[in-house]
Design a protein around this ligand. Structure first.
Ligand code: ADP
Ligand code: MG
Length: 267
């Protein structure tokens, strides 16, 4: 077999496409055999890792991809950078701990949750993003079709499950008890990153039942990091700058908690 055939059989397609360039570079840089082999295999490994990452990102169903590097911490001084840096090391994923991001609309909860999910996908962890809305309809449908247990099991496979927008819509007791079953399944097995516009004291109202809310919080917070973001909406900052909205008037309206959402959907 010649080199091309060997690379083909070994499925080293990334090395195959860049082999000529690598050889040229090796001779110019006067690399020894060991250095050349290392570069060649790194090329193949890099290509495979990138492809794996892209496929994990696709499976994660993120609403958009944003990174921690794109997050302007100076705009949100209530966020402890050190805590975020620690979280980005992904020890919480290894330890199956949870992250809870609380705060009013537009302060970057989803951005940070997505950025941590991207980090996890980069580090070869399986990730899944779900808005609470979609989670609830998925679980209700599974129950109706008599496959709730299998569905809950499937939702334990991702190492990181992002549950976005808890608290925007109140839940019925049935929905809350399904949510509890999910949290219970993942408890101490795999991480949840959760975002909510409601503080923990309001969770009884969100879940329509104080007992269920307490049981959910008990499991969720046992091993967890909470970031309580107190600040202004990033979505509105340009409008504020332009003097269209008065400063410090961003308040959560419980009937319509996220009025700027429609325009911000372009983000
Ligand atoms: P929330 O989930 O808290 O309502 P988002 O995370 O969706 O807010 O943020 C709204 C938009 O503003 C997104 O496009 C996000 O990337 C951006 N954003 C929010 N905070 C920041 C920040 N501190 N630096 C950079 N972009 C931000
Ligand atoms: Mg959000």
């Amino acid at each position: 077999m010649n080199l091309e055939q060997l690379l083909d059989r070994l499925k080293m397609e990334h090395l195959q496409v860049s082999l000529d360039t690598l050889c040229e570079h090796a001779s110019k840089a006067d690399l020894n055999y060991r250095e050349f082999l290392e570069q060649a295999l790194s090329q193949e490994w890099g290509g495979r890792h990138q492809r794996g990452f892209e496929s994990r990102l696709k499976q994660a169903r993120l609403p958009w991809v944003k990174t921690l590097e794109q997050f302007d911490f100076s705009f949100q001084p209530s966020i402890d950078k050190k805590t975020v840096r620690e979280l980005s090391g992904l020890g919480f994923v290894e330890r199956s701990e949870n992250v809870v991001l609380l705060g009013p609309p537009g302060v970057g909860k989803t951005h940070l949750a997505v950025a941590l999910a991207v980090k996890a996908a980069e580090a070869c962890h399986r990730v899944l993003f779900m808005s609470l809305d979609r989670l609830v309809s998925t679980l209700i449908k599974a129950r109706q079709e008599n496959r709730l247990d299998r569905q809950l099991q499937q939702l334990t496979y991702p190492r990181v499950l992002v549950l976005d927008e808890i608290g925007y819509l109140p839940m019925t007791r049935e929905e809350a008890s399904l949510f509890f079953r999910l949290v219970n399944r993942r408890y101490e097995r795999a991480s949840i990153i959760l975002t909510s516009n409601k503080s923990f004291t309001d969770w009884g109202e969100v879940f329509g039942d104080q007992v269920i809310a307490t049981a959910i919080l008990d499991r969720l917070l046992h091993h967890s990091t909470t970031l309580n973001i107190k600040g202004e909406s990033y979505r509105l900052k340009d409008k504020r700058k332009a003097g269209l909205i008065a400063v410090n008037t961003a308040k959560v309206d419980t009937d319509n908690p996220n009025p700027e959402e429609e325009t911000a959907a372009i983000n």
